[in-house]
Design a protein around this ligand. Structure first.
Ligand SMILES: NCc1[nH]cc(CCC(=O)O)c1CC(=O)O
Length: 309
């Protein structure tokens, strides 16, 4: 059997595999339809191994990509598929974005055990989430709720919820839908008062800089509007994200040539927010995101930024 033309590196979680398979299907079609031309290579990352402490303490987002970047740079894989929101703002030297798939629903969902909605949860109920953003947004609306750390892949978290370890949890609707688990959502949180993580709902493909063969094969999978939205959101994040310790949210919408972005920084208790908005042309996505980031940063009180360490 001839060696595959392209190898895809991915983490082994069901969500990661779904995303990698989607990219594989697109590539196989682009390369003429022979399924043997594209192979998926599962790579275990440090982030998959650490289970005993919050990842924001252990080293953050990079923990899920380091080993995959090494495989990419070492030529063991030709492309890597990531949830865009898990990609660090600085990609590894020698790698870069090669395609962004059309965005799925960007909203978060509440999965309630004892009550269906955030408002209906009883006083003092326990919400499990490892996300500083979700924790801050929950506290902003319901300061009485108790937010506790909660980790594991999507199915693990649903299992912990069924076991009664928490009263509710929050997950991205995109991830639930990809896994056929959207029916578990008991409330879909509107993005206006519960803005998503930068990049949420988008799948990003990275490749080696200069690997034109791979980049050309991926060209047909790229969604220009989602790529512009992601460029804007990542530029905003890059200005504000000194560490993973500050809750940050935001969303760029692209319609035709027009881009509208709204982003915010929150205090961990959600009591204070600093928000910025910007509009412009979609081709200026990165500049607009950076400008919104500088604007928000300039208005953010020092103690919120102190979390940047
Ligand atoms: N941090 C894990 C992660 N990375 C991407 C998604 C969901 C899919 C997406 O946003 O594209 C999830 C799970 C979640 O936050 O519920």
């Amino acid at each position: 059997m001839p060696a595959p033309l392209l190898r895809i590196g991915t983490r082994g979680s069901p969500l990661a595999l779904w995303q990698a398979n989607t990219v594989r299907d697109g590539l196989v079609a682009a390369l003429g339809g022979d399924p043997d031309t594209v192979e998926i290579v599962v790579i275990k990352t440090t982030g998959d191994v650490i289970q005993d402490r919050p990842l924001s303490e252990a080293g953050g987002k990079g923990l899920f990509v380091k080993e995959i970047d090494e495989a990419l740079l070492g030529g063991r894989v030709d492309l890597a598929v990531h949830s865009a929101k898990d990609l660090p703002t600085d990609l590894a030297e020698g790698t870069g974005l090669a395609a962004v798939l059309p965005r799925a629903d960007v909203r978060d969902a509440l999965i309630g055990g004892s009550a269906a909605t955030l408002d209906a949860l009883p006083q003092g109920a326990v919400v499990g989430t490892a996300s500083l953003r979700r924790g801050a947004l929950v506290r902003r609306r319901r300061p009485d709720l108790k937010v506790v750390p909660f980790r594991g892949n999507v199915q693990t978290r649903l299992d912990k919820l069924s076991a009664g370890m928490v009263d509710a949890t929050l997950l991205a609707l995109a991830g639930l839908s990809r896994l056929g688990l959207a029916a578990h959502a008991t409330e879909i949180l509107p993005e206006d008062d519960f803005p998503p993580a930068l990049g949420q709902g988008a799948v990003a493909v990275t490749a080696r800089v200069g690997d034109e063969r791979t980049r050309e094969a991926l060209g047909g999978l790229d969604c220009v509007a989602t790529a512009a939205a992601l460029a804007c959101e990542r530029a905003f994040l890059k200005i504000l994200d000194g560490s993973c310790r500050t809750p940050i949210a935001g969303l760029a919408r692209v319609e035709g040539d027009a881009l509208a972005f709204r982003g915010l920084v929150l205090s961990e208790d959600g009591a204070r927010t600093v928000e910025g908005e910007i509009r412009g042309g979609a081709t200026d996505a990165e500049r607009l995101g950076a400008e919104a980031g500088r604007d928000v940063r300039a208005r953010t009180p020092a103690d919120l930024l102190a979390a940047f360490g």
